[in-house]
Design a protein around this ligand. Structure first.
Ligand SMILES: [Zn+2]
Length: 197
């Protein structure tokens, strides 16, 4: 074996090692991607079925959820806190639910009280999620809001007083009402809506 042959063999072995390392690296990256992708479905299945949220209300009644400003700040993201606890308004056409059409129930993001169902949702063209009625009237409280030189009816979660949005009387049939919500005030549970509630 000549010196030149040995050199070629060594270079070939080095190239093979480099290719193997490269392939292994890609394989590892693939595994990482798979692990990351699995987080989504795991998070989804942590939501309880719709019936469980409704059962909680039936069995426990609806005692008020009361937390201090500091406690809400500790558990809510800043933008959610600003809207739900300080009566803020998200920008139109920017929320997660204004164009959301899946079947299911929308809960209060602060206390998970079921508030609105997808079968009462309609496209108001306003850029905010809109409903013609709440799931149950006693789950949404109302009060007069005179801010910004207007007279409006503010709507709140009846259990934790979270700010939801406003209700107007220019909605569609059968109620003629338009409950105008902030997406930030809601969380969504997909599934069939119970016939009675
Ligand atoms: Zn609430």
């Amino acid at each position: 074996m000549t010196y030149r042959t040995i050199l070629i063999l060594l270079l070939t072995a080095a190239a093979a090692a480099l290719i193997a390392a490269s392939v292994t690296g890609e394989s590892d990256q693939g595994n990482t991607r798979k692990q990351t992708a699995a987080v989504g479905p795991q998070k989804d299945t942590s939501m309880k079925p719709i019936g469980e949220y409704l059962k909680d209300v039936y069995t426990a009644g609806m005692p008020k959820v009361v937390k201090s400003e500091a406690e809400w700040r500790a558990i809510l993201p800043p933008e959610t806190y600003a809207i739900t606890r300080e009566a803020g308004t998200e920008r139109a056409f920017c929320g997660a639910f204004y164009d959301h059409k899946k079947e299911g129930v929308y809960l209060c993001v602060c206390c998970e009280l079921p508030l609105f169902a997808s079968n009462a949702k309609f496209d108001s063209g306003t850029g905010w999620p809109s409903f013609f009625q709440p799931l149950r009237k006693d789950h949404v409280s109302e009060k007069t809001d005179l801010s910004y030189g207007m007279r409006r009816i503010e709507i709140n979660c009846a259990r934790c007083d979270s700010h939801l949005g406003h209700v107007f009387d220019d909605g569609p049939r059968p109620t003629g009402l338009r409950y105008c919500l902030n997406s930030e005030s809601l969380t969504f549970v997909p599934g069939s809506i119970p016939a009675t509630f």
